[in-house]
Write a protein that binds this ligand. Structure first.
Ligand SMILES: Nc1ncnc2c1ncn2[C@@H]1O[C@H](COP(=O)(O)OP(=O)(O)O)[C@@H](O)[C@H]1O
Ligand SMILES: [Mg+2]
Length: 331
């Protein structure tokens, strides 16, 4: 990985997350009626012609709106074991978009964010509105801070691996004898260097962040990250969801003011665990992707693209879990 790299949001060729380029559109965007409810057809990839495409990420497609805003379209793509699957999860993009909006509002007293309030339907052509309905946002185009701001309340994933090897996580020493998935004695800020497309993010220590962005901004990012996580995790716990860890992204506006951007506290940017099946000493099942992961584990597959096609049953059960997480948090 080459880091740091200069953020360039005006790529001549829109970069794409690996594995997306040769994939045909599985289903066109549109709506259909089901039991008198308007249901959106799953969208694997948006194809707006009225705005310049900037990039396609693993899940979201970014378009320029003028020179100071972005349209971010959350598709229904899902990735597992870092591979983007061919089969969309119906409703996933809308759930992620609504969940982010919920948290941005709830946490707005802590830090300004990238929301503009502009209706996506107003910035695309009339025949493209189906593609953005419920799943897109128009945001301030910020200069990304190239640090993934991770907060961890539990010892899992790369934190658990790091702890087993070194007794600390990202340079923060922890008491001996902690078990996998243990609740940490205090919430940790464990930043990662934002990897370029396709590469894994790399855990770094706080001094690295200071070197990258300066002490003042580094401390602000750390303090805000810990406050955002703590408030959100406390709230989610009252709804039966453990937010084990999460990743925030920040950006600077023209005045250099720090903003929260990207998706916020979704199952894609966080580890959500159902509180009722939590236990130490194991890797608790994830709220959302467990059906997909469990099913993929039963397949003969080397975890490189293309992934096996998902049975309809697995896709619809996964869709229901995403929806359930949103309902639990926002109902
Ligand atoms: N307000 C914003 N200004 C500039 N860039 C943003 C903003 N919000 C999100 N982004 C960027 O848009 C991209 C979102 O696409 P995503 O599918 O999450 O990509 P990735 O595969 O990198 O996770 C990320 O690169 C994120 O940093
Ligand atoms: Mg992302």
């Amino acid at each position: 990985m080459s880091f740091p790299f200069t953020p360039d949001l005006s790529f001549p060729l829109a970069p794409q997350a690996p594995g997306l380029s040769s994939r045909p559109l599985i289903q066109p965007a549109g709506c259909f009626r089901f039991k008198d409810e308007i249901v959106q057809e799953p969208l694997h990839q948006s194809s707006l012609k009225s705005l310049p495409l900037i990039a396609r990420g693993k899940v979201r497609d970014m378009y320029a709106v003028g020179d100071d805003k972005l349209l971010i379209v959350a598709s229904d793509r899902i990735s597992a074991f870092d591979v983007i699957l061919d089969d969309p999860i119906p409703g996933k993009g809308a759930v992620l978009t609504q969940m982010t909006e919920f948290w941005l509002n709830k946490l707005a007293h802590i830090i300004p964010n990238h929301s503009t309030g502009v209706d996506p339907a107003d910035v695309v052509a009339p025949n493209e509105r189906d593609q953005v309905a419920g799943r897109a946002v128009v945001v301030k185009r910020l200069k990304p801070v190239l640090v993934e701001a991770v907060a961890r309340g539990y010892l899992i994933g790369s934190g658990w691996k790091d702890y087993q090897a070194t007794g600390s996580v990202c340079g923060i020493a922890l008491p001996a004898g902690l078990k996998q998935a243990a609740k940490l004695p205090q919430v940790l800020f464990t930043p990662a260097a934002k990897a370029e497309f396709g590469a894994h993010d790399e855990n770094v220590d706080f001094d690295y962040v200071v070197k990258e962005v300066g002490r003042e901004l580094a401390e602000q990012i750390r303090d805000v990250t810990l406050r955002l996580y703590t408030e959100a995790a406390d709230y989610a716990a009252t709804r039966g969801i453990i937010i084990a860890d999460t990743k925030f992204e920040f950006g600077l506006d023209d005045q250099g003011q720090l903003h929260l951007m990207d998706e916020v506290l979704t199952p894609d940017s966080s580890r959500f665990w159902p509180a009722d099946s939590y236990a130490e000493g194991i890797s608790p099942p994830s709220y959302d992707k467990q059906f997909v992961r469990d099913w993929l584990e039963t397949q003969v597959w080397d975890k490189t693209p293309p992934a096996p096609r998902l049975p309809e049953e697995v896709a619809s059960r996964t869709a229901a879990k995403y929806r359930e997480a949103l309902d639990r948090l926002t109902a």
